[in-house]
Design a protein around this ligand. Sequence first.
Ligand code: AMP
Ligand code: GLY
Length: 425
Amino acid sequence: MRVLILGSGGREHALAWKIAQSPLVEKICIAPGNAGTAGVGEHVALDTKNNSVVSAFCREQSIGLVVVGPDDLLADGVVDFLEQENIPVFGPTKAASEIEWSKAYAKQVMQEEGIPTARHRVFETSEGALAYLQTQKPPYVLKADGLALGKGVVIAKTKEEAVDGIHSMMDAKVHGEAGNRIVIEEFLEGLEISVHAICDGERALMFPSAKDHKRIYENDEGPNTGGMGTIAPVPIVPQEQMKLIEERIVLPLLRALKERGRPFKGLLFPGVMLTKYGPMVIEFNARFGDPETQSYMRLMKSDIVPALIASAEGDLSGTTLEWNEGAVACIVMASGGYPGAYEKGKEIRGAEGAMGEGVVVFHAGTKRSGTGALITNGGRVLNVTALGTDLKDARARAYEGVEQISFEGSQYRKDIGASVISVEI
Ligand code: AMP
Ligand code: GLY
């Protein structure tokens, strides 16, 4: 079978790496890809935002499965388009992925179905939001309704900060249309984990727990990023907790979306806070996480392709996933200045040599220069992953890999996974 992967991040490199190991797959095409994915499959210059172009390519090349990485392509309806053309595709329809692209819609479904989440209100004017703020206590959680490149959430410690946040989202429109409506919700305390499940509209194949590290600096300080590193599984999260998440969150959501005529097929990724009242949803994503996927693809023992196909066909019964023993750590190396402004084009040294024992480096913002040198081409540059006998071992191996790689201005967090095991950082 020929597989087309859409996207260019570390997530897509990890998916391509895993899919390439399947005996079912003869060829992988990637659009647009990065310097790392060039070693796994063939890069194709497609306008991925143009559904007709993607579908014409699939027909010409007899693509047997399309895997969609980024959320914006889902929100643009690439899955609907390809399904209409009878091209097998892994991912949810535009309507099913509304659970990610509209926070107000997600909150409404959760409220109607009794899926545990923070109490909230939706506002369409800044006057309404500001008046409500006066009745609430800090910290204030403000969320732009639409997709905002992962930057649509403000956690304000003071009322002044919250007032600024409301003005910049709703009046100055820093996130454009995404800020036409905002959600203000209760602040949840607890351990935040990432949950992934491959779904077929009804059933869910749950992955082990993972933990992302969203802030740029150690000890969760500084601004939010796309994610600076992940671990999986999270050693302090018992299996019963994951069962509870499946029963109270994942399966009820699948039932709810099916009843609403928009069955969810693809990868469901709830961000969950483990609070003293039980697991509560922070947000739903309708796609693989980045960098969660980089850890998961190392931990997954099974061939992923049968599960992707079964999900696309809407029948996961009879499909299971097996996982390697031990644990995985993924450390993100980012450009200096990220998540703010950063320079591109810095030469990267040591990325191939870092492939030590248990270590695999997935590329994100990388490309080849005119002379063939590996250079930086984005905010998050490389993902150094390691599988170890336990989390401590995985971390040690991953950081050994990181130390072999260098580029001007590179930054990474030294405390990935540290808060859930007692280690010196
Ligand atoms: P998001 O962009 O939706 O992933 O949100 C960014 C981050 O804000 C989340 O990963 C959480 O760490 C934090 N966050 C979002 N909502 C809440 C909440 N209700 N309570 C506490 N933290 C939250
Ligand atoms: N790492 C978080 C996300 O992919 O949204």
